[in-house]
Unconditional design. Structure first.
Length: 441
């Protein structure tokens, strides 16, 4: 490295955001993720013993994925290479592989390759890594905010451990902030900072488990606030609110958070919790989810989970979809909210849903029954000669438009698929069918 490059690196480090300057260099400095780096936990033991295997760190931003990779780099006796999936291609991978092979041949040293945002590598780039991971030429460590089970090739994933990282706790964020305020070498310790308890609580809460967001927002607040006559920088709630980096919902319309959020939304409606229903709906709206996608899920829930306990739920849900299509956002949020809340508050029955599933299971797994002759089509010449339609009883010729006769194939006579519940309108259906069948006896 020449003097000019060294000077550039020094300037970059000096002017780096607080979160980068405060990045832990050892396991002892690392905060959070006790489930993997606590005493005697898997990753703690692997790093200390220098027995790293291929793995993927999967978790939201600011939870320590890249930091853990850097700690491994500082702790291992292996060669260490780093690539970013945003800026690297197959050529860069081949160059790293070449160096890894040379290191193994000449020095008997294996190579750890860290790939940040590995989910951004396409299939060809991931395939280029596979044989070298399989042979042990490289130990691959990836970091991703996206679910690797969706974004990483199954063949590559099967040769790696997926290690989940979770949002930092409020206690973790508190420790990180205090370290950032007191560290004189890398942090803000050279300033006299006094932060109100209310402001600190707000910063911790709004950071939502993201240590990077907490530190960088704090730095903006400190550097943009003038000292008072005593040389103290006072940070109050209004200051933090002005300086906080924009918080966006963790949501990817094509990834893990998309499916998790819509799942929570549906389960909240199914669970008759209108408040949770509105919360998850708000998250999706705020993240820019397609309102017609949301409306379709409400329709499905109205039929699957409400069903005939309140047939009006499906009518309203379909009307909401049509209204959303005509109105569009932002007013469509009102329509979505009305329909979702109606479904959440409606009595529940999955009897129709369970019935069709049971019937499909029989159709798929058992011999298909013959249509009884009296139910077969008798509208064409010759049908009578085959006995089709004979003995069919026309229900409308009988009292209450009902007459007992066989409708199922012989093999399935007596099989029950639809079993109405005691809830909502379905209770009336059950009572009606019970009286009808008893009268038909």
């Amino acid at each position: 490295m020449d003097l000019f490059t060294l000077n550039m690196e020094n300037q970059l480090n000096k002017n780096a955001p607080l979160a980068d300057r405060m990045r832990p260099k050892t396991l002892e400095e690392f905060v959070g993720q006790e489930h993997i780096i606590g005493d005697n936990k898997f990753l703690y033991r692997a790093i200390k013993a220098d027995r790293i295997t291929s793995m993927i760190f999967y978790g939201p931003p600011g939870t320590g994925k890249t930091t853990l990779a850097m700690i491994i780099a500082n702790s291992t006796n292996m060669s260490f290479e780093k690539l970013s999936a945003v800026t690297s291609g197959v050529k860069d991978i081949r160059e790293v592989i070449h160096r890894a092979e040379e290191s193994l041949k000449l020095y008997n040293k294996r190579t750890i390759l860290f790939i940040d945002e590995i989910h951004r590598f396409n299939k060809a780039q991931q395939d280029a890594l596979l044989p070298f991971v399989e042979r042990g030429i490289i130990i691959l460590i990836g970091a991703t905010t996206e679910n690797p089970y969706f974004e990483v090739n199954k063949a590559l994933l099967s040769r790696m451990m997926v290690i989940p990282l979770y949002p930092l706790t409020k206690q973790d964020i508190m420790r990180i902030i205090k370290k950032g305020l007191t560290d004189k070498e890398r942090g803000l310790g050279k300033y006299k900072v006094k932060i109100d308890e209310e402001a600190l609580d707000y910063l911790i809460t709004i950071s939502d488990g993201d240590g990077r967001l907490a530190l960088n927002s704090l730095e903006i607040g400190v550097l943009s606030t003038p000292e008072d006559e005593e040389g103290i920088i006072k940070i109050d709630l209004d200051t933090i609110k002005e300086c906080i980096l924009v918080k966006t919902a963790k949501y990817d319309k094509g990834g893990d958070e998309h499916y998790n959020t819509i799942s929570a939304f549906i389960k909240s409606m199914r669970g008759s919790d209108p408040d949770a229903t509105l919360y998850w709906l708000a998250k999706m709206i705020n993240a820019g989810e397609d309102p017609k996608f949301i409306a379709r899920r409400i329709i499905i829930c109205a039929s699957e989970d409400v069903g005939n306990a309140d047939p009006q739920a499906l009518v309203l849900a379909v009307a909401a979809f049509n209204a959303v299509d005509v109105i569009g956002m932002p007013e469509a949020r009102i329509i979505l909210a009305q329909a979702a809340v109606y479904v959440a508050c409606a009595p529940k029955s999955n009897a129709s849903y369970m019935g069709i599933n049971k019937a499909l299971e029989d159709v798929k797994n058992k011999p298909i029954g013959e249509v009884p002759n009296h139910l077969k089509d008798a509208s064409y010449i010759g049908a009578n000669n085959l006995g089709y339609g004979k003995s069919y009883l026309y229900p409308h010729d009988y009292e209450r438009a009902y007459v007992k006769q066989q409708y199922l194939p012989d093999e399935f006579v007596g099989r029950k698929y639809y079993i109405p519940t005691e809830y909502g309108y379905e209770k009336k259906i059950k009572e009606y069918l019970t009286k009808l069948f008893d009268k038909g006896e």
